[in-house]
Design a protein around this ligand. Sequence first.
Ligand SMILES: [Zn+2]
Length: 334
Amino acid sequence: MDIENIKKEALDKLENIKDSVDLESFKRDYLSKKGKIRDLFSLVKDLPIEEKKTLGQKINQLAQEIEEVFLLKEKDFIKEKKEEIDLTLPAKPTDLGSLHPITQIRREMERIFQLMGFSVVEGPEIEDEWHNFDALNIPEGHPARDALSLGKTFYLKGGNVLRTQTSSAQVRYMKKMKPPIRIIVPGKVYRYETTDASHETNFFQLEGLLIDENVSVANLKAVLKKFLEEFFKREVEIRLRPSYFPFTEPSFEVDMLCTVCDGKGCAACKRTGWVEILGAGMVHPNVIKNGGLDPKKYKGFAFGLSIDRPTMMKYKINDIRLFHSGNLNFLKQF
Ligand SMILES: [Zn+2]
């Protein structure tokens, strides 16, 4: 009987289908209008009516059965095809993370000073005592050195320290470069202290140094004002308040008119209308001498700016310890 043979043949073929070409040719050979199953109906034509009916039913059953198996096969095949890798498709986006907020702010500060002709340089984080203290006019026994070293300096084996301020790079570069010198030194500094929301054992500073002939406080003020205006993207008013640092003379605290209240007084400026923003001054002649330059010929100014504090101001971060927490929920916001 042809029906049984065709059924066996068809199922065999279905079993061995390997690709879409096989699938198509099977469809054409067996299931189309001119296919083998349809052909079986030609056997029926001349039979007596009763046999016609029985055979007809059998053929229909066969057709249905084969088609069902075929559809299952086709479905499997489509699923498999979907799972194949298509190398021409664009890649899934990779999670690259983001720059740390301190890095973003540091780069912005560097950009502004570079526009004003300053070069970005780096100094060592492990520093000898001479560059960290003596060269900056902080000799042993000096109250400032005592204040730092008696409890606030990390001492390492062999007499080195973790630098307590980026100023330690000043004398290194005075020795390396010829005036005019215009550099900024961004980097990490270390203090041995108890941490709280506004104190960390390591934080970031940006040191600025300019050495040339005929440099005055007016130049210092102009550079700082220009920098702050570029940084805060608005007009800024600053004032210099007399202060004391061993490595500058005269020394100043630089205040900025509060950008929150425009000087009227608010919580952010503790009702004073001014916000302390950095320390600065004219480089002490002893420091210039330590840098191998003639203090009678050369003058200069230096300033030290926190990178952490403006970052906290800009993004309204209320705890400095978050910067080093490695907390992804915190970092993913930037
Ligand atoms: Zn204010």
